[in-house]
Design a protein around this ligand. Structure first.
Ligand SMILES: Nc1ncnc2c1ncn2[C@@H]1O[C@H](COP(=O)(O)OP(=O)(O)OP(=O)(O)O)[C@@H](O)[C@H]1O
Length: 395
């Protein structure tokens, strides 16, 4: 039985108290109350091109500066491993280990000045199996969401609206997960039952109806919850986006595009009735694994996929900023935002709007860039590191 964060909420209330949120546009520094830093230390061993990297003295804004290929994104990727899933590149663990090491890697992070220790590592004997430890105890990766609420934007996500629905579902799920740590565990249970149902339906023999019933019950309970959480977040984001000034970023209107019944028994019935059809198709045709996130640019009433690359990026930034500004975007957990190569692509007006809204969000922000100048006017304490061929040094 997993201990959910609400069970421990009272214990952690003080330790994890985040600064109160201010209005969207604040005078500089006014919102900077003493706040628990999400990450206070980070170390990488044999992780991609980082043989031994150590960072401490984190601030609200943390900026990694270096030439192309220096290893900046690798640091963000290492941080992203402290969120359920495969990290922001969705890479295989064996590919993360330095090709100059023994084939394994380790990443360690400290939260709250050492009160919480997170570790993730592989071994030379099992380079494809990444284990996670929280305060020394091996733990399923889904539990990481109970300690940190993490979101990211990467250049690869520029194609989010142009590609298939899988990446959009993943994006939406990560936003849901930031507010609902149990979401990853529910998704894992859903996917496990879905895989098993597909396997059974794919067998030559008539599948065991009792076993199918059990799997469909599990799918219906977890699937209805997944879809309900996604729908609820989409609605909250739309409300927040409609209430705010458009500002310099394109305003998106979101819609959850899916037919998953919100009622578990209705979903179970739909699965039961769909057995013959799903068997013929070789996969399950109804459920949250088929749903999608539709995004329209409000000003043009145009689907995001028809917008320019810059407009699509602005829509994504708007969604992430609106999410970061939701009052309980991370519950009581420290919030982390990883923004890879975002600042350099924005004009000064948009950049400063981005920074102000990030500063107001209460999140610890990590950004990368090839030069320090776009970060000159950060409106909150900032820590800078220079990254050069996998070596990191404070500047
Ligand atoms: N498993 C690995 N072992 C050693 N080096 C690796 C491994 N995987 C990737 N690299 C190296 O890491 C470097 C890329 O690092 P990273 O993506 O962090 O660059 P970056 O500083 O973000 O660059 P850019 O500004 O171009 O995005 C490349 O030189 C690549 O060869």
């Amino acid at each position: 039985m997993h201990v959910m964060p609400c069970d421990r909420a009272s214990d952690r209330e003080d330790r994890f108290a985040l600064a109160e949120k201010g209005p969207a546009r604040l005078p500089r520094q006014s919102h900077l109350k003493a706040r628990v830093m999400a990450l206070t230390r980070l170390s990488l061993r044999d992780f991609r091109n980082h043989a031994a990297t150590r960072l401490d003295g984190m601030a609200t804004f943390n900026v990694l500066v270096g030439e192309n290929g220096a290893g900046k994104t690798n640091v963000l990727e290492a941080i992203s491993l402290f969120s359920p899933g495969r990290g922001m590149r969705r890479a295989h663990p064996a590919d993360m280990a330095s090709n100059k090491g023994a084939g394994d890697f380790a990443v360690a992070a400290e939260l709250e000045d050492g009160a919480v220790q997170l570790n993730t590592a592989t071994t030379p004997a099992t380079p494809g199996r990444r284990t996670v430890r929280i305060n020394g105890a091996e733990t399923p990766a889904t539990r990481l969401a109970e300690w940190l609420a993490m979101t990211w934007l990467t250049p690869a996500m520029d194609r989010l609206f142009a590609e298939g629905a899988t990446a959009r579902r993943r994006f939406l799920d990560r936003l849901v997960l930031a507010g609902e740590p149990g979401h990853a565990r529910i998704a894992t249970r859903y996917e496990g039952a879905l895989r098993e149902r597909n396997r059974l339906l794919g067998e030559a023999d008539e599948p065991d109806p009792v076993w199918l019933d059990a799997l469909e019950t599990q799918m219906a309970e977890t699937g209805a919850q997944l879809a309900a959480s996604r729908r609820a977040l989409v609605e909250r984001l739309n409300t927040a986006l409609a209430a705010q000034d458009d500002g310099p970023f394109a305003r998106p209107i979101l819609a959850y595009n899916g037919e998953t019944p919100v009622d578990a028994s209705a979903f179970a019935a739909a699965l039961r009735n769909g057995r013959r059809r799903d068997r013929a198709a070789g996969r399950t045709l109804t459920g949250p694994h088929r749903d999608d996130l539709d995004v329209v640019m409000a000003a043009k009433n145009a689907p995001a996929a028809h917008c320019s690359t810059g407009e699509q990026k602005a829509l994504l930034i708007s969604i992430v900023l609106a999410h970061a500004a939701l009052p309980d975007a991370g519950g009581e957990r420290p919030r982390l935002l990883l923004l890879d190569e975002i600042a350099a692509h924005l004009d000064p007006l948009r950049r400063s709007a981005l920074y102000e809204r990030l500063a107001a969000s209460g999140a610890q922000v990590w950004m990368t860039g090839t030069e320090p100048s776009p970060f000159a006017d950060l409106p909150a304490p900032a820590a800078f590191w220079r990254v050069d061929e996998g070596k990191v040094e404070r500047i």
